[in-house]
Ligand binder design. Structure first.
Ligand code: ATP
Ligand code: MG
Length: 158
């Protein structure tokens, strides 16, 4: 259940976001309390979302917004994590998924981390027969997104 999962992660990262004055938002705001189901390994997808949201807070703007949007399509749900930070230049956009790749070594070292989060996230999303994409504009912000399949009717949530 993606809605519940994202709300749990917001609670987990609330203090980290508050230290930077970052607003964590779920979009659309009127999502049902529960019921946006996908077929996925809940703990692995939690790990992906924690990394994407952690990145959005770390590399986003102080006092900025991080928006997680959950958009239901016919057979899948599109999950996107967007920030309004400095963005990622085109020449770095594919490389951020490489192990240990960090764009600004000194700044990244300040914010901790090892450069593994996106490499691991890419593997996990691909193990779900999906793919992860980055869209970013320097000076405007970054969106990381992927899709997960909805259950076929008759498959139970777990
Ligand atoms: P770890 O996730 O292992 O703690 P990390 O966050 O540095 O460390 P990744 O999550 O793999 O590693 O990200 C790789 C690099 O991509 C980051 O160091 C940062 O330079 C860049 N990056 C990731 N997300 C964003 C973002 N939302 N905005 C700008 N740069 C980003
Ligand atoms: Mg990371």
């Amino acid at each position: 259940d993606l809605t519940t999962l994202v709300r749990e992660i917001f609670v987990l990262l609330e203090q980290q976001a508050a230290r930077r004055g970052t607003h964590l938002e779920l979009f659309p705001p009127n999502l049902p309390e529960t019921g946006l189901l996908v077929v996925a390994d809940r703990n692995r997808i939690r790990q992906v979302l924690v990394n994407l949201i952690d990145n959005a807070i770390k590399y986003g703007r102080d006092g900025g917004r991080v928006v997680v949007s959950l958009v239901e399509g016919g057979r899948s749900v599109r999950i996107a994590v967007r920030d309004d930070g400095a963005g990622i230049a085109p020449e770095h956009q594919n490389r951020i998924f490489e192990r240990f790749y960090r764009i600004d070594k000194s700044r990244s070292r300040e914010s901790g981390g090892s450069g593994l989060g996106l490499a691991i996230s890419k593997h996990i999303v691909e193990a779900h027969k999906s793919s992860i994409r980055v869209k970013s504009t320097v000076g405007e912000g970054t969106t990381l997104e992927f899709k997960l399949n909805k259950p076929k009717s008759g498959v139970l949530d777990q």
